[in-house]
Design a protein around this ligand. Structure first.
Ligand code: TNX
Length: 554
């Protein structure tokens, strides 16, 4: 490219002035997930009010970029159809890059982001934002215009897995539309692309179903440890589908059936409950009930609910739950899943189920989610069992049987040609309590309160140190059979959005890195430095993250 001496000398002055105002720390050490390739170069580019955006087509993603620039710089850039000589940000496509892959190059004359597809451009932008000052994650527009200088860098990047998910349990604690939007923002910032929305469980039914209004009206307002009830109207659901789509996130809605259905029975007590125990059981998170495949009313209900959900969610997948149907006879469980799977397929969708669904007649195109994988570091789990009252014997025996079967599920599903999503609880269940202390003692009470007591506490390092491809020998050929990974946050101990933030971060960032980055680029010692560099961004976003004492927060 020809360079104009006038522009060059102006740029030199501009750089001198603005680099002092806006030097970006850490030379890109703040990127999470770590890109495949990253190289620093000489020089800098300064975004000024004269900089223009050259979108790929019409206004594609330029508005989104401008929203972020405005927070840092206080001005928006013009978009132009043709690439000028210099001083532009170009958003391009093609160049033999794969889906979601991108290159980002910041040079003194310009910034060029090239994506293999639109998702790739989007992720190139996310990387660019992480190189900007923390205001980029703030809520407001900069009050006075200020140019922004960025160090020259060249990034070549693409995902390890096509499926990079995060699950949110809105049943145990309801989160409104605004909170879900923020959750989606945080996912997209870390290049996660599947939002698994756990919409129903014992504690609450959270999605309006027109044919069964009591589900949300009664099942969404159950007494729930003093927590607010609530549900999403279908309109809100659609808004969130669109909000997610703008962030390259597909929504995978889950109705958890046949078990975990106390909210359904509360709304429709005439449905037959296929689980009957002699003792009335009260184990937190466990209501022990299940829809009965031999009850025509319950099956009509299943059919109607899935039809409405399929019409609402444009993605390919519906998650039917299927976990922990303890006390439901095996034969009834299998027939229920078989029937429900047919309903999902009939509605033009594919089925995802928790790993137990591998026990039914699943097949090619189905997906199972492998979750039962604890890391027991000590013997105190058996001690806990001794404390369980004698009248629960029947249930505990069934539980033991259930857990014995569980390690076979992934292999069983694979033998039936299903694909596997990895959500091993020991690594990606973010409702584990943090083991190491916080670097900030004002977090002690929260740390004590939040997370499931039943799990052994884990440090953030222990939960980061794993490789999805090798951790579990029951998945023999992960290259072929693993679709991707997914973090899960269950909300039994969470009472509000601040609590949720506390358990989500920093661990969600670590799971995102395991889903995106090459395995050779994910080492704790190096990762924790990048993690520490997130602090200014997360502070600016007013996010209540756990300040692990294992990390030097900047
Ligand atoms: C198991 S994971 C459950 C949930 C609980 C979670 C707590 C799964 C499919 N079922 O019902 O909330 O453990 O971590």
């Amino acid at each position: 490219m020809k360079s104009n001496p006038m522009i060059n000398s102006f740029r030199f002055l501009a750089i001198l002035t603005f680099v002092i105002l806006h030097a970006v720390p850490g030379h890109g050490q703040q990127l999470i997930p770590q890109p495949s390739e990253l190289a620093y170069a000489e020089g800098r580019f300064t975004i000024t009010p004269e900089t223009v955006i050259v979108p790929h087509e019409s206004d594609d993603l330029a508005g989104y970029l401008n929203d972020h620039i405005e927070r840092v710089c206080g001005f928006r850039l013009r978009t132009v159809p043709h690439t000028p000589e210099t001083n532009y940000i170009s958003l391009r496509r093609g160049g033999h890059l794969g889906n979601e892959a991108y290159t980002l190059s910041i040079e003194p004359e310009h910034i060029i982001i090239r994506g293999g597809d639109r998702g790739g451009v989007f992720y190139g932008l996310q990387t660019l934002f992480q190189l900007m000052p923390p205001e980029v994650y703030g809520q407001s527009v900069a009050s006075a215009p200020q140019p922004l200088t960025l160090d020259a860098v060249s990034v070549k990047d693409g995902p390890r897995y096509a499926y990079r998910g995060a699950m949110l349990d809105v049943s145990r604690t309801f989160f409104d539309k605004q909170a879900v939007m923020q959750y989606l923002d945080w996912m997209s910032r870390h290049k996660l692309n599947k939002f698994h929305w756990h919409l129903t469980d014992d504690n609450g039914w959270r999605i309006e179903i027109k044919k069964y209004p009591e589900l949300a009206e009664i099942g969404g307002q159950l007494p729930n440890n003093g927590r607010k009830g609530g549900y999403y109207t279908q309109e809100e659901f659609k808004d969130l589908v669109n909000y997610a789509k703008e962030r390259f996130i597909t929504i995978i809605p889950e109705v958890d059936i046949p078990g975990h259905t106390a909210a359904v029975f509360a709304a429709y007590p005439d449905f037959k409950n296929a689980v009957k125990f002699k003792t009335k059981v009260n184990i937190p998170g466990q209501a022990f009930n299940a829809l009965d495949v031999d009850d025509p009313k319950a099956m009509q209900f299943t059919e109607d609910v899935i039809a409405e959900l399929a019409a609402l969610a444009p993605g390919n997948y519906i998650h039917i739950g299927g976990d922990e149907a303890i006390g439901l006879p095996h034969d009834k469980f299998v027939r229920f899943i078989n029937k429900t799977r047919e309903i999902v397929l009939k509605n033009g969708k594919k089925m995802v189920g928790w790993q137990e669904t591998a026990r039914a007649d699943i097949s090619e195109g189905d997906v199972i989610q492998h979750w039962i994988y604890l890391k027991q570091k000590s013997e105190n789990s058996s001690k806990k069992k001794d404390n369980i009252p004698a009248e629960y014997k029947e249930i505990m025996a069934l539980f033991a049987e259930f857990m014995k079967e569980a390690p076979k599920d992934p292999g069983l599903g694979i033998s039936k040609k299903a694909k596997v999503i990895l959500s091993p609880s020991g690594y990606v269940y973010l409702d584990h309590k943090y083991l190491e202390p916080s670097a900030d003692s004002t977090q002690n009470a929260e740390q004590e309160r939040l997370g499931m007591a039943a799990y052994e506490k884990q440090t953030i390092q222990e939960m980061y140190d794993w490789d999805p491809m090798t951790f579990n020998p029951t998945v023999e050929n992960p290259q072929k059979d693993v679709a991707g990974i997914e973090a899960a946050i269950w909300c039994e101990t969470i009472t509000n959005f601040r609590d949720l933030q506390f358990l989500l971060m920093p661990r969600l960032a670590g799971v995102a890195e395991k889903g995106w980055s090459k395995v050779e680029n994910t080492h704790w010692d190096e990762y924790k430095v990048r993690l520490g560099a997130q602090a200014p961004l997360w502070e600016k976003a007013d996010w209540n993250y756990f300040k692990s004492s294992l990390v030097d927060w900047k």
